[in-house]
Design a protein around this ligand. Sequence first.
Ligand code: SF4
Length: 337
Amino acid sequence: MPNKNLKDFTLAELQRLAAKPFYGAILFDWLQNKAAENLEQISNLPKAWRTELKNNGYGIANLKLLKRTDDPDGTRKYLFALPDNCKIETVLLNDAGRHTLCISTQVGCKMACVFCATGRLKFKRNLSAGEIVDQVIQIEKIEKVKIQNLVYMGMGEPLDNYDNVLKSIRILNDKAGKNIGARHITISTCGVIPGIARLADEGLQVRLAVSLHAATDSLRAKLMPINKKYPLPDLMRALKAYQKKTGRRLTFEYILLRGVNDAREQARSLLKLLGGVSAHINLIEYNPHARAEFQPSAKKTLREFWWLAVDRGFETTIRYKRGQAASAACGQLSGES
Ligand code: SF4
């Protein structure tokens, strides 16, 4: 395993590292577009420079595919081993020829949301920028597809690994590489306020999705312990400031749990909370995982919730279960395939 993984570097950093900037551009192209697995493959770079890189601890680390699980609905889940043998999962969603990749940012997660399989895992470590980027490189190579949309919604809380997540976005957004448009990239957070404030100043056109799942502090704190640190009034203030600065619409994710957060009164509280915010509401059908203690709401309840939100003028969608059979659905990733 190299000390310094070249996939962790932006194009500009590789250009600075190289004796001549165009060597850096060749290296970036091989890493991003040709999925180079080792320096020996990069035959159009001088051997002397490749040897120098190696002698200085630089190299190419690769995720290793351990297993692919296919769901009948077309969703595919991939279990990857990292160079230190930690495991992560990545999910590919196929929609009428469009490919969306749901990527992981941490091994495990500190946030312990009670409905989430990842939240039951002990947090082990952050992924490096290169390990986040490599999920896209490997899937494009394995499946021979072009990823159009990227969602930072896999294992881990992206804003708890802020620097590496932002760097991975800059690498994946680079026109000389994967060239995934910022508007096609969504960061999903459970509500880490300092990260939201930093993101507002980045000047990036990415989408921000907030996992809300309850509209009162008492219930949200039970479902999502992060709410004790960053309660709803503070979170909403931070989100309004984010919106003022970026002018971008926010997405709010709300998983409907039977008898927990799906009553009409709770729908009304949610809509009141989101008053004055330019918001897209995404109502999510709950996917029970192996050790789940919750049940999904009835389809009728989901539709009623949807109708109340639409009636109040919110753009609202329902995300029905996908990848259920492969345990690839939202909140089901456990690295234990
Ligand atoms: S829902 Fe997201 S933030 Fe919460 S435990 Fe799961 S992975 Fe972590």
